[in-house]
Write a protein that binds this ligand. Structure first.
Ligand SMILES: Nc1ncnc2c1ncn2[C@@H]1O[C@H](COP(=O)(O)OP(=O)(O)OP(=O)(O)O)[C@@H](O)[C@H]1O
Ligand SMILES: [Mg+2]
Length: 255
């Protein structure tokens, strides 16, 4: 028996001021799979992740999580927006980590991690602090809980951001170039946390330029270009025997 994909994206479209950015994105991801997404700048990778994280609505198309549509619903044959309250509930299922961390500068690390628990999940301050500390420990930052973002390195801030997403217990984690803003010597500690997360069975979509990480950790590598998925294959196949000219061209610039 084949299991149902945990996340299904169907014919996703998005246009900004006449600029068609997503032109029918389609893919599935199975539970526990890690999908690495490569692609040139401006091809729509971040837009695709923002739509999946329900940070903005698609113009058309569907996102299904565990078989149920999220982000929009169908009414009399038309796609309609959901209330902010419903979106907030659904967003808990999809964790997102951004290139630039996006931590609140006026809150300590543990407070940043607690915030979603107290404000969205309605968990008590006391219990939230316990869970947040536990999550900070998992990303190797138990001794930095009371530091403010400005007192943390980029790698540490990004690990706080990962903890903040994970503490909500999402079904899927999305990463948008999580190491691109880091000094080279700090990249490894973030990739290590992500690799551990992958090994723990988390379903992950990772937009990245880290080819070695994609090759080692991902189950599937995708080339995204011009608002569509051009190629997807197992890492070995993707890097050694790409089927599309666009992939070959892209890889020749990356390698
Ligand atoms: N909020 C927005 N309003 C208007 N245009 C946007 C918006 N967000 C993205 N775009 C446009 O959509 C296109 C795709 O942007 P996107 O950030 O998704 O690309 P990307 O593949 O993530 O690129 P990069 O590798 O540089 O991060 C670009 O032309 C961008 O200018
Ligand atoms: Mg981007």
């Amino acid at each position: 028996m084949t299991q149902q994909p945990i996340l299904q994206v169907r014919d996703l479209h998005k246009t900004y001021n006449g600029n068609q950015v997503l032109k029918g994105v389609e893919f599935d991801i199975e539970k526990g799979q890690v999908k690495a997404v490569l692609g040139p700048s401006g091809s729509g990778k971040s837009t695709m992740l923002r739509l999946m994280a329900l940070l903005e609505p698609a113009d058309s198309g569907q996102i299904l999580l565990k078989g149920s549509r999220i982000g929009s619903r169908e009414h009399k044959g038309k796609s309609v927006h959901l209330s902010e309250r419903t979106l907030a509930i659904q967003r808990q299922e999809v964790g997102m980590v951004f290139q630039r961390f996006n931590l609140f500068p006026h809150l300590s690390a543990v407070r940043n991690v607690m915030l979603g628990l107290t404000s969205v999940k309605g968990i008590s301050h006391h219990e939230a602090r316990i869970q947040a500390r536990d999550m900070l420990q998992k990303v190797g930052l138990d001794n930095r809980a009371d530091h403010y973002p400005s007192e943390l390195s980029g790698g540490q801030q990004q690990r706080v951001a990962i903890a903040r997403a994970l503490v909500m217990n999402p079904s899927v984690m999305l990463f948008d170039e999580p190491t691109s803003a880091l000094d080279p010597e700090l990249v490894g500690e973030v990739l290590e946390v992500m690799e551990n997360l992958a090994e723990s069975g988390m379903t992950m979509i990772v937009v990245t330029h880290e080819v070695r990480f994609a090759r080692r950790v991902a189950n599937e590598v995708t080339l995204f270009d011009g608002g569509v998925i051009v190629e997807q294959a197992e890492p070995e196949e993707f890097f050694t025997n790409p089927q599309h000219e666009r992939t070959r061209k892209f890889l020749s610039h990356v390698h």
